[in-house]
Ligand binder design. Structure first.
Ligand SMILES: [Zn+2]
Ligand SMILES: [Zn+2]
Length: 363
C-alpha cells in the first residue's frame, strides 16, 4: 500500500461488556521501534471470545476482542520488524501473530515460559483506553506491539486455513509437545472442536497407531474421521477396555477428563488443555497414578516457536487436510455481534473480513 493513502483511523467492533458491541473509529497509532501496523484480511471467532461475552471468562471492556487473524503489514516502526525466522518484514507482507506478548526480561521469560510473563499482554484482550487499544482482530487494523511474535504466511495457505493457527493450531503444537513422541502410540482425544480436530491431524501425521476421538456431536465426529481419527464415537460408547498411551483433553468436561484418565495404560500421559474456565474438581486416583507410572500435565496457550511450527504444519499438510472447510464463509465486520455464538454443523469457526474486498480464500 502506498504510504500516501494510509488511513488515519481503524474501523473496529468494540466490545462494551455483555453482548453489546459498538462500531467505532479508533485512531491509528504511529508504530514505535520494533512495532508494526497491519490490516486484517480475516479474523476467526475463537470459542474463548464467546466465553468472554457470555461472562464465563473475564475480559476488560470496552475493548477489541479477536486473537485469531491473518493480515498484511502496512507500516513499520523505526528499525524494522522481523518474523519468527528473522526475515525483515516489509509493507504488504502477509502475517499471523501470537496471542501472547511477553516482556522477554522477567524470570519467567528468561526461563522460556514467556506464556506466563509477569507483564503479559494478550492479543484481543486489552482495554481500548489502555496502552494497547488496537489489540484485537475484530478491526480493520491491528497494532502489532513490540514483543508479539509474527510468522509469515505462505501465499499458498488460504486465510481460512491461516487465521485459526494463531490460537487453536499453535496451542495444539504446545499440547502435542507436552504429549511427547506420537509414533506408534495409541492416542485418545476428548473433544472434537477446532483444537481436537487439529490434534487428530497431528496425531495421524506423526504416526500414531490409533487416534480415538470422543465428542457428543456426530457432525464433529465425522469431521474427526476426515482429519485422521481411526475411531470417533460418543463418550458413552467407550469400551471399558480402551487403553491408550496418550490422552489429550480439549473438551474441558470433568467427565471426559476422568474417563480419559481411566483409559491411560502403563506409562500413559495425559495433557489437559480444555479446562480454561472454572469447573468441578475431578477424581484422579493417586494409587493408579503411582502403580501405572502415569503423568498428567496442563498446557495453556503456547510459546513463539509453536506459532511457527503450527504455520509450517498447516502449510505442509494443505493437500492432506481441507483446513479451509473448518471455517464458515466470512461475514462483514458489522455482523460480528450476531456471530458471537457457538458454530453449528461442520463449521468450527465463524469469521469476519474487516477489510472486505481484500478477501483471499483459496481453499
Ligand atoms: Zn482462542
Ligand atoms: Zn516477561
Amino acid at each position: 500500500m502506498d504510504t500516501q493513502t494510509l488511513p488515519l483511523t481503524a474501523c473496529a467492533q468494540v466490545w462494551n461488556g455483555g453482548s453489546e458491541f459498538r462500531n467505532l473509529s479508533v485512531d491509528l497509532p504511529t508504530p514505535a521501534q520494533g512495532e508494526a501496523l497491519a490490516t486484517i484480511d480475516l479474523a476467526t471467532i475463537c470459542g474463548s471470545d464467546i466465553h468472554t461475552i457470555s461472562g464465563r471468562r473475564p475480559g476488560p471492556h470496552p475493548g477489541i476482542l479477536g486473537h485469531e487473524a491473518v493480515g498484511r503489514i502496512t507500516s513499520i516502526g523505526p528499525g524494522g520488524v522481523k518474523d519468527f525466522r528473522g526475515r525483515q518484514l516489509q509493507p504488504g507482507d502477509r502475517v499471523i501473530w501470537s496471542v501472547t506478548v511477553a516482556c522477554g526480561q522477567c524470570a519467567r521469560c528468561q526461563a522460556g515460559v514467556t506464556v506466563k510473563c509477569v507483564e503479559l499482554l494478550k492479543t484481543g484482550h486489552e482495554p481500548l483506553d489502555g496502552g494497547w487499544g488496537l489489540s484485537g482482530g475484530y478491526s480493520s487494523h491491528i497494532h502489532l506491539r513490540r514483543g508479539i511474535t509474527m510468522v509469515s504466511v505462505p501465499e499458498t495457505v488460504s486465510d481460512a486455513a491461516a487465521a485459526p493457527v494463531a490460537c487453536a493450531t499453535a496451542t495444539v503444537m504446545a499440547v502435542m509437545e507436552a504429549a511427547g513422541a506420537l509414533a506408534a502410540k495409541r492416542v485418545l482425544i476428548s473433544g472434537a472442536g477446532m483444537l481436537g480436530i487439529v490434534a487428530c491431524a497431528v496425531a495421524q501425521h506423526r504416526g500414531a497407531s490409533a487416534v480415538h476421538v470422543r465428542d457428543i456431536n456426530p457432525e464433529r465426529l465425522a469431521l474427526a474421521r476426515e482429519f485422521g481419527a481411526t475411531d470417533a464415537a460418543a463418550p458413552n460408547a467407550d469400551r471399558p477396555g480402551l487403553a491408550v498411551d496418550i490422552a489429550v483433553d480439549v473438551s474441558g468436561a470433568a467427565q471426559a477428563v476422568e474417563s480419559a484418565f481411566a483409559s491411560l495404560d502403563i506409562k500413559g500421559r495425559m495433557v489437559l488443555a480444555g479446562s480454561v474456565s472454572p469447573g468441578p474438581a475431578v477424581l484422579l486416583d493417586p494409587e493408579r497414578m503411582v502403580r501405572s507410572l502415569l503423568t498428567v500435565t496442563g498446557v495453556h496457550n503456547y510459546e513463539p516457536k509453536h506459532l511457527q511450527e503450527a504455520m509450517d504444519f498447516v502449510h505442509e499438510t494443505r493437500d492432506t487436510y481441507q483446513w479451509g472447510v473448518l471455517v464458515e464463509e466470512p461475514c462483514a465486520l458489522a455482523e460480528l455481534p450476531f456471530l458471537m455464538q457457538p458454530p453449528t454443523g461442520r463449521s468450527l469457526r465463524k469469521s469476519v473480513t474487516p477489510n472486505a474486498g481484500t478477501i483471499r480464500r483459496t481453499s
